[in-house]
Write a protein that binds this ligand. Structure first.
Ligand code: FAD
Length: 388
């Protein structure tokens, strides 16, 4: 049987699997890879050290690689830095690894033209400056960290319990299933990143792909792959819906050449003719949240989503917490974009924060990497694993 395993339309979306794979490879993946390396997109503001509101901290980091280390870098112009004198000895980089950088010297002045307000979709309060730091995402890649066991399991269980048990499965309506699919798609993506960048041999510090992990956690459950594609298109649609906002946003970090590049990469993505021709509407949100249940549903999903966001404070591994928080904020931002405004208003009311835009685009990039990996490596991994 030559029929591809994933064919036809991505469930609930307006594009088929083949088109998504092609567009991802030709357009989205290359642009996003470049975009997330620009200074604007690689600094994420985050509260990393915080108490779990639900149970005592039981962090279980087996590997050093679990930590996000703190030390300054010199990428930002001095004028953007906090006016305090910091000696470089004040920062001891773990294992002398300057590449895992949290930069406490950058402050909000670095990002002109952005306001910081509470975000109803997430639990983090970005205005709480004292406890927030900037993390260079490029230097803290999402990959295997050794974070496993009951601590990690408890988070996922709690995240899923925010959706599933609340609706008897038979009665899950289209909208309510969306939150489940988004979380499951994100979970697949995290597992795929673990499989794509795994510590194969600890004694030799040898990193590589772990295809049996990819198969066991994702490929053997076709629904998890489908949910990944669904989440990808959902987030992509949020980006295209916010085109006007994103086109005119302020990508200023004080580095003129880099900032011009950021702007042009953004335009390249937002106005891509191949994307517009092949998949003009990645997901049709107009079909959703209609009718009298709309506003109540929005409130309900917002509340559940805030709980999921709060759970990220309980992730017992810094690097996982960093990417967990970023990606949950990215999903929250996508939901905010797709939920806000009605058809008549377009979205004059849409107002995004700098951190939301960063989270949204970095999340899209992560999903794009996962889709590419599954598309390229998936079939041979399946053949190998199923033959065993
Ligand atoms: P888990 O991935 O923990 O899954 C738990 C259960 O959830 C499964 O048994 C299954 O019933 C269900 N499930 C699994 N996948 C799906 C899906 N796609 N859709 C629906 N249900 C599913 N570890 C790292 O090494 N690096 C990281 O960067 C990292 N980031 C993390 C971020 C967060 C927010 C969390 C909560 C955990 C993170 N972890 C990370 C840990 C990692 O996700 C796993 O929990 C860990 O590797 C243990 O895996 P597991 O085999 O027990 O299954």
């Amino acid at each position: 049987d030559d029929t591809p395993k994933y064919s036809g339309m991505v469930e609930g979306c307006c594009c088929d699997y083949e088109t998504v794979d092609r567009l991802n490879e030709e357009v989205l993946y290359p642009s996003l890879q470049e975009l997330v390396r620009t200074p604007f997109f690689r600094y994420f503001k985050v509260k990393l050290w915080c108490d779990c509101p639900f149970w005592p901290d039981d962090g279980m980091c087996r590997l050093r690689d679990c930590s996000v280390c703190e030390c300054p870098d010199n990428e930002f112009p001095e004028s953007f830095k906090k006016p305090r004198i910091l000696s470089s000895e004040a920062f001891v980089c773990q294992e002398g690894k300057p590449q895992a950088t949290v930069d406490r010297t950058v402050d909000r002045k670095a990002f002109k033209g952005w306001t910081e307000v509470d975000n109803p979709w997430t639990n983090d309060d970005e205005t709480d400056d004292a406890e927030m730091t900037y993390v260079n995402l490029q230097l803290n890649p999402e990959r295997y960290t050794g974070y496993t066991g009951p601590s990690a399991r408890r988070i996922w269980d709690a995240v899923y319990s925010e959706n599933c048990p609340k609706y008897p499965s038979e009665e899950l309506c289209q909208e309510e299933r969306i939150l489940y699919k988004l979380i499951s798609g994100l979970h697949s993506s995290i597992s795929i990143h673990i499989a794509a960048d795994y510590l194969i041999d600890e004694s030799k510090n040898l990193w590589g792909q772990n295809l049996s992990l990819l198969y066991d956690r994702v490929l053997r459950y076709p629904d998890r792959v489908r949910n990944l594609y669904f989440t990808y298109l959902f987030v992509l649609r949020a980006v295209t819906k916010a085109t006007e906002y994103l086109e005119h946003a302020e990508y200023d970090t004080g580095n003129v050449n880099e900032d011009l590049k950021t702007q042009s990469l953004m335009k390249q993505l937002l106005f891509n003719s191949k994307l517009q021709a092949a998949c003009p509407l990645p997901f049709d949100e107009a079909k959703l949240w209609k009718g009298h249940k709309g506003p109540k549903l929005k409130q309900q999903i917002q509340k559940q989503f805030r709980n999921i966001s709060a759970l990220m404070d309980c992730v017992g591994c810094e690097k996982c917490r960093l990417w967990g928080k970023l990606q949950v904020l990215g999903l929250g931002t996508a939901l905010k974009i797709l939920f806000s405004g009605d058809d008549h208003q377009e979205h004059s009311s849409l107002d995004l924060q700098r951190n939301e835009v960063i989270a949204l685009m970095n999340l899209l990039n992560r999903l794009s990497e996962s889709v590419k990996f599954v598309h390229e490596v998936g079939p041979s991994a399946e053949t190998t694993m199923e033959g065993q």
